[in-house]
Design a protein around this ligand. Structure first.
Ligand code: PEP
Ligand code: MG
Length: 575
């Protein structure tokens, strides 16, 4: 039966394809004694053989779609399946205890996990605990006749369905097959949504119940333009939404014509439209979409896509690649923003009650200075290869900024003393994403070369509404006069101090927000690469005279977000 679910439009475009559920099955089992031990051992051996065949298949699909490196994890799993130490112990357990395979597997696997996890002085062996967990889960699924989902195994067009997607799930998506995704949880600025936009995959998030509404293989429409998901659509709906997707593609083709045009208003005022990236691979999208700079390189993805801390050399190469790829255009690289919803499998940080209010970003960097200093050295060395801006995330106090700058200076002085070349026009800036920093922007502006406003966090902290929680998404209000006052104060403070101010939060690419920001005189707009040409086309339609009093009205006269939406719509109506 057709069912329509309303969610949050997280990434533009329309996808129509069978659903693929990335949902873990229930693997609980009953402990039983068995009368025929040999038959039970044979049942276990069959589960091992099936798991092996399945893993080999997943591995070969993963090599083709994701590359050898990403597929390596499966080699470790295959090794365990062939290891008599592991499988032999389980068979012995079945024979000795006369318990069923599920119980024997569980007991032996737990034992292995405990041993590996206790090897606190051997990180490599500790990490093997995760392999045992994964392999046992696969064998258990075969014993119970259940199917485990696996992103790497997808080899046909699908719309992915999940409760939520972690940033590392999203990093593994193969665009050739994953045509869109729909989730139960999440908001427009959750990192999975941001990644979907950079991959140009339509996405609908926060539907609250897609995982229970759709079954594997059922037809599913993901309308990322209006935030709608349709399970088992009618033929008419399939035709209608396919056309909607095609119309959007045509609109995109129109925007494409602006690729090599400058970013100017109708009255000839120039601004910079930049793009946000997560890895050097995203550079293709930046260049294809004609962005004039990289306004935010979220370096934490370098850490997340790795099995250990990336070395100084690895980081240097990645930063250099982006700087060289941008060929002299500005590149703003943000020091790592780990914490919040971004974790590293190899960095065991304490659990926090409120991770978004905890040890995140610069707080974590200042507490773990060796990791921070390694990153800064890589950045400083790379600065010789282009026009680099180093940016600190989540600065809340002047003291944090002073500490971060002092560490940067120490590392720079040491490199220079060794004769290492550092760029002469290196800029040092900070994100304005903590309300305390926005309020004190006039003081911060005296100490940096630029600001970049991170609205994704600035809004969540100002409105006290988790950016990824669909239940409070109504409070996530970029156009709320309170948020706009903080933004205007930040821009005015930057200009009074003679520095430039950009925005790298998602609001910079929002069609309602954009005229307001333009009227405030924001200098640089950094967004998902796929939004660049749309905003350039909108900029061409607006003249600064049209917007002369918009900033004042939006911050001083309007009382609500809705009033500001109406103000902008009125201006745009005759454009
Ligand atoms: C922001 O908070 O607006 C921002 C750009 O940073 P992130 O989305 O990575 O937290
Ligand atoms: Mg942020």
């Amino acid at each position: 039966m057709t069912e329509t679910l309303k969610g949050i439009a997280a990434s533009d475009g329309v996808a129509v394809a069978p659903a693929y559920l990335l949902v873990e099955p229930d693997l609980s089992f009953e402990k039983k004694t068995v009368s025929d031990v040999d038959a039970e051992v044979a049942r276990f051996e069959k589960a091992i053989a099936d798991s092996k065949a399945e893993l080999e298949n997943i591995r070969s699909v993963a090599v083709k779609s994701l590359g050898e490196d990403e597929a390596k994890v499966f080699d470790a799993h295959l090794l365990f399946l062939s290891d008599p130490e592991f499988t032999g112990q389980i068979e012995n357990e079945i024979k000795n205890s006369t318990e069923n395979s599920e119980a024997a597997l569980d007991a032996v696997a737990q034992n292995f996990i405990t041993i590996f996890e206790s090897m606190t002085d051997n990180e490599y062996m500790q990490e093997r605990a995760a392999d045992v967990r994964d392999v046992s889960k696969r064998i258990m699924a075969h014993l119970l006749g259940k199917e485990l989902p696996n992103l790497a195994a997808i080899d046909h067009e699908v719309v992915l369905v999940a409760e939520d997607l972690t940033p590392s799930d999203t990093a593994q998506l193969n665009k050739d097959y994953v045509k869109g995704f729909v989730t139960d949880l999440g908001g427009r600025t959750a990192h999975s949504a941001i990644m979907a936009r950079s991959l140009e995959i339509p996405a609908v998030v926060g539907t609250q119940k897609i995982t229970t509404s759709v079954k594997n293989g059922q037809m599913l429409i993901a309308d990322g333009l209006d935030g709608v998901a349709i399970v088992e659509p009618t033929d008419e709906q399939v035709a209608e939404y396919t056309k909607k997707g095609e119309d959007f593609a045509k609109q995109k083709a129109e925007w494409r014509k602006l690729k090599n045009e400058p970013s100017v208003t109708a009255d000839g005022k120039r601004f910079t439209i930049a793009a946000n990236i997560g890895t050097p691979d995203d550079l293709d999208g930046v260049l294809e979409n004609g962005a004039e700079a990289v306004g935010l390189f979220r370096t934490e993805f370098l850490y997340m896509n790795s099995n250990d801390f990336p070395t100084e050399e690895d980081q240097f190469e990645a930063y250099k690649k982006v700087l060289e790829g941008m060929n002299g255009k500005q590149v703003i690289i943000r020091t790592m923003d780990i914490g919040g919803d971004k974790h590293l499998s190899y960095w065991d940080l304490p659990e926090e009650m409120n991770p978004f209010l905890g040890i995140r970003a610069i707080r974590l960097s200042l507490k773990n200075q060796e990791i921070f200093r390694t990153q800064l050295r890589a950045l400083l060395r790379a600065s010789a290869y282009g026009k680099l801006g180093i940016m600190f995330p989540m600065i809340g106090t002047l003291d944090e900024l002073h500490q971060a700058k002092a560490v940067l200076k120490e590392e720079k002085d040491k490199l220079v003393a060794k004769g290492v070349k550092v760029g002469d026009d290196l800029q040092v800036g900070m994100m304005i994403e903590v309300p305390a920093a926005a309020v004190l922007a006039d003081q911060f502006a005296k100490e940096v070369d630029f600001f970049s406003i991170g609205t994704n966090d600035l809004i969540q902290y100002t409105m006290a509404a988790d950016r990824g929680n669909e239940h409070v998404s109504y409070l996530y209000q970029p156009y709320n006069p309170s948020v706009l006052r903080l933004i205007k104060h930040t821009i005015d403070s930057a200009h009074e101090a003679g520095i430039w101010c950009g925005m790298c939060g998602e609001a910079a690419g929002d069609s309602i927000m954009f005229p307001i920001l333009l009227s405030m005189g924001l200098d640089e707009y950094s967004m998902s690469a796929t939004s660049v040409l749309r905003i350039r086309s909108e900029m061409k339609k607006l003249s600064t005279a049209d917007l002369a009093d918009l900033a004042d009205k939006a911050t001083k006269e309007s009382l609500t977000s809705e009033e500001n939406i109406a103000l902008v719509k009125k201006i745009m109506a005759d454009k």
